[in-house]
Design a protein around this ligand. Structure first.
Ligand code: GLV
Ligand code: MN
Ligand code: MN
Length: 422
């Protein structure tokens, strides 16, 4: 890696180089996999902790393993503008989904610190420990702890190796009983703003480096289990004597594609499937798969989930299989606050960049943070819209534009009191 020296303005090359350096902390030698509470994540967190301290922040690891840095304002103890993103990844991930938002925010603080500039509010940066939910099925665990919506039942969830989250926390030197200490009060936080790669093709298609997010699409995630009867692959005749759970699951997967494909802006994915006993010469007795359904409209998503579950039930009935489902995530559309969108747009436009508003199809920590404060997001164009894949790519020029916009947004940030709930 070439070393790019810090300057008084955030450098796109430096931010990309720091993300690349973080990506070396991976459980996979030839790519990036960094999951919640893993040794690789602990090492990446230490690196980020050091970068935060280098730019004049007080930095610590909180009760769930989030890295938290604070840059005081003119008056010590003032409420903060919260920035950041996540430090965990999916399996065989790209290098910028998450880390880009953390590193860019740190480099903005570096610029302020270099100019000895303090603001009327503090800045806090979070590197959330779990957004992707790869390890324990439940997602947004880092930001939910901060928002106070972490469900204690999640501590008993087990990873693929049978380790509970409680055990994994203890193994990582964290005390599950201290989790409430990670929660932040509403009056401590003025807003949460996240810079993130777009993870979609819109900005590239329109020739724009940046976009201002209007809302994060709602999501429903389920674990579906189908039970039939295992049997001998060589002796049970084809037809009604077989109760093949995988054949039923396959029909369900195609129903997801058909039903979700028929509704504009609705997406549905079966991302993981497993069969038991899982042998070449045994008819599958059980099949388990995940379902992920998203839409910019909550009612559309809920209707689709209802139709999918009814369709799965009728497929299973016809095949004499039994069906059960378990909700992993139910998250409504998270609207970005108009006042934050306006301030982000002003920061983008000040660089002569046309303002493009767009929704986020991907999930983000703002979905959790919205329970504690108003949220805003700035998207940076990525190559081919590719994400959750090693080919994820950004240009230093686009990253520099994002960093300039974020820094300008921070410098001009004016908190707007939240509307009283009606
Ligand atoms: C997170 O990246 C998600 O959208 O699933
Ligand atoms: Mn992701
Ligand atoms: Mn992400």
């Amino acid at each position: 890696m070439t070393t790019i020296m810090p300057s008084i303005e955030p450098s796109g090359e430096r931010i990309v180089a720091l993300c690349d350096k973080l990506a070396l902390h991976s459980s996979q030698p030839d790519g990036l996999t960094r999951i919640f509470l893993s040794p690789e994540q602990a090492a990446a967190s230490q690196l980020v902790l050091g970068w935060m301290r280098d730019v004049g922040m007080h930095a610590r690891i909180d009760a769930i393993g989030n890295v938290v840095g604070r840059y005081e304002g003119i008056e010590t103890g003032a409420p903060c503008l919260m920035l950041g993103s996540h430090l965990d990844s999916v399996r065989d991930a790209g290098k910028y989904d998450g880390p880009l938002g953390v590193v860019t925010a740190i480099e903005c603080v570096r610029a302020l610190h270099a100019r000895r500039q303090r603001l009327e509010f503090a800045i806090e940066i979070y590197g959330f420990a779990d957004e992707e939910g790869v390890r324990f099925g439940a997602t947004l665990l880092g930001s939910r702890a901060v928002a106070g919506t972490f469900r204690p039942a999640n501590l008993e969830a087990r990873d693929g190796g049978g380790i509970t989250m409680r055990q994994a926390m203890e193994n990582a030197g964290l005390d599950p009983d201290q989790l409430p200490a990670a929660t932040r009060r509403r009056d401590e936080v003025l807003a949460y703003v996240e810079l993130h790669i777009e993870q979609g093709p819109v900005l590239e298609a329109e020739g724009l480096p940046l976009g201002v997010v209007t809302a994060i699409n709602g999501q429903s995630r389920y674990r579906i289990e189908i039970a039939g009867m295992a049997g001998h692959a060589g002796t049970v005749p084809m037809g009604s004597m077989r109760r093949d759970a995988l054949a039923g699951a396959a029909e369900c997967v195609l129903a997801v594609e058909r039903i979700c494909g028929a509704v504009p802006e609705l997406v549905g994915t079966v991302g993981s499937i497993e069969t038991l006993p899982g042998a070449v010469n045994v008819i599958p007795g059980r099949a388990r798969f995940t379902l992920d359904v998203r839409s910019p409209h909550d009612d559309t998503r809920r209707r689709a989930v209802g139709e999918l579950l009814a369709t799965f039930a009728s497929i299973c009935e016809q095949r004499h299989l039994s069906l059960s489902h378990h909700v992993m995530l139910e998250s409504r559309v998270a609207q970005c606050a108009p006042w934050l969108m306006t301030q982000l747009e002003a920061a983008v436009a000040a660089d002569g960049i046309a303002v493009r508003r767009l929704p986020s199809g991907a999930g983000h920590d703002g979905m959790a943070m919205i329970d504690v404060t108003d949220i805003g997001m700035l998207f940076v164009r990525c190559k081919g819209g590719i994400s959750h894949h090693p080919a994820e790519s950004v240009t230093a020029a686009d990253v520099a534009a994002g960093a300039r916009a974020l820094l300008r947004f921070i410098e001009n940030f004016r908190p707007v009191a939240a509307e009283p709930a009606t």
